[in-house]
Design a binder for this molecule. Structure first.
Ligand code: TRP
Length: 457
């Protein structure tokens, strides 16, 4: 539907309402990043001080960049690559700025490859919850269950394939109808469920400990690396610097306020991350599990919590289903930059989605193997920085710590210095434009550069 309208050259496809855009953008933003990654990197980086830096990154770097990306997307009206072609021409500048679109598309594509593997983990948990296997599970058994999953390439491959298939399915069909309809129901449901889990967490007797872990900063434990991780995660969790918001912005109605909408999306996304932290850490502390457990954190701890709740198997089932949907609505947005671009070049959405999905699936297999068979394969170990990092670690590192900051930097320079202020003001509205413009010119690029440089230096 969307495609035929675009093909016919009529008015471009649009979200049906501001609410639909918000839900799609929140669907993209809220995903494994909030519920899986945020708690575990917070645990690894010592808690409070890291959370504060992360919140700061969202507020002063993430939100202005989100506005910039949605603004660029709406103005260009195309895929990120197409949009950058249109805009660099419209501003009479070098075509080299298309590089932003290319970098963004590559980053989100690479992220999709490993995101799918992790999202796949939710499915065996859905099965275990449904079979009652999780009831009264001990922390030890839960840990063993998770390790068993990671040690099995066959199982991982199965679920990775199913998840990638689901992503391709929606992407092939066009974003608006399938996705819009799904996210407007699922995102509110996820929110309610998280609130219930937080409610349960207050009964563990360790809620206060979790609150102080999350919100009482101890700056002595903060490292430069942690600041970069926080910045990288701010981009990741808001789906920035990777084309998703640009691609979705292209479908946004001209009348909608980009400033207000971006705030709403960022605030909802942040709330979900905080709720996830508040749901998970009390359980971690109550069972004497390690906060710095790593990527297994929620998969090991939550089954323990659910296992002891009355009706826990049901809640566990619901939780992992919703996590799957949250990841699904994110992965679709990762494929969108590429699919919408290929579609502009005359390839059907179906073919573009299948082709893109297939390549991402193949790359994903290398991630999957680095969890078991290739767990000792650290190809860049000759560099101290990359010592012991598996392929999966490297993909994660390069996208979150290098490609996304770089892409965000270039986006800020384009929006703040290359694009004429009249043009950005026409999209963002006069009222907020001045502040945004100053931030975009002087603050954002410099802040990103400093963090980047400190870490590389
Ligand atoms: N924001 C999502 C999450 O937190 C991940 C995501 C969706 C994403 N789209 C993206 C990350 C594009 C990078 C690029 O799980």
């Amino acid at each position: 539907m969307v495609n035929s309208v675009q093909k016919a050259g009529a008015s471009p496809a649009q979200w049906s309402s501001r609410f639909a855009f918000i839900m799609a953008a929140v669907g993209s933003a809220v995903g494994l990043g909030n519920i899986w990654k945020f708690p575990y990197i917070t645990g690894e980086n010592g808690g409070g001080a890291f959370v504060l830096v992360y919140l700061g990154c969202i507020a002063i770097i993430g939100i202005p960049i989100m506005m910039a990306e949605v603004m660029l997307g709406r103005r260009g009206g195309k895929s990120p690559i197409g949009t950058m072609q249109v805009l660099s021409r419209a501003e009479g500048r070098s075509r080299g700025w298309v590089g932003i679109g290319i970098l963004a598309t590559l980053a989100s594509f690479l992220i999709l490859s490993f995101y799918s593997v992790i999202a796949g983990w939710t499915m065996p948990y859905i099965m275990s919850a449904a079979s009652g296997e999780l009831s009264n599970i001990s922390a030890e058994t839960s840990g063993a269950l998770f390790e068993g999953l990671l040690a099995s390439p066959g199982q991982l491959l199965l679920w990775h394939s199913v998840f990638m298939g689901l992503t391709v399915l929606v992407s092939a069909g066009g974003v608006r109808h399938g996705l819009e309809r799904a996210v407007t129901k699922l995102m509110p449901a996820l929110f309610v469920l998280l609130l219930i889990l937080v409610g349960y967490a207050t009964t563990t007797g360790h809620f206060g400990e979790a609150v102080s872990f999350l919100f009482r900063p101890d700056f002595s434990s903060l490292t430069a690396e942690a600041v970069l991780v926080a910045l990288g995660h701010a981009f990741f969790t808001l789906s920035l610097a990777s084309g998703a918001m640009m691609a979705y912005g292209a479908y946004l109605n001209k009348k909608v306020s980009i400033v207000r909408t971006s705030f709403t999306v960022a605030i909802l996304d942040t709330c979900v991350a905080m709720l996830a932290g508040l749901a998970i850490f009390p359980v971690v502390f109550a069972h004497g599990l390690a906060a710095g457990e790593g990527p297994g954190l929620i998969f090991v701890t939550l089954p323990v919590a659910f296992g002891q709740m009355p009706g826990g198997s049901f809640f566990a089932l619901l939780f992992f289903v919703l996590l799957l949907f949250a990841a699904w609505s994110s992965s679709i947005s990762m494929l969108e930059s590429l699919v919408s671009h290929l579609h502009e070049r005359g390839i059907s959405r179906v073919k573009a989605a299948i082709g893109g999905g297939l390549v991402a699936w193949l790359i994903g297999i290398t991630t999957l193997l680095s969890l078991n068979v290739w767990s000792d394969f650290a190809p860049l170990s000759m560099f101290e920085r990359f010592e012991g990092k598996t392929l999966f670690d490297l993909y994660d590192y390069f996208t979150a710590n290098i490609m996304m900051p770089l892409c965000a930097f270039l986006t800020a320079v384009f929006a703040g210095w290359v694009m004429k202020p009249e043009h950005s003001a026409a999209e963002l509205g006069q009222r907020w434009h001045g502040v945004w413009y100053a931030v975009m010119r002087y603050f954002t690029p410099i802040a990103v550069l400093i963090v980047f440089y400190t870490n590389l230096g």
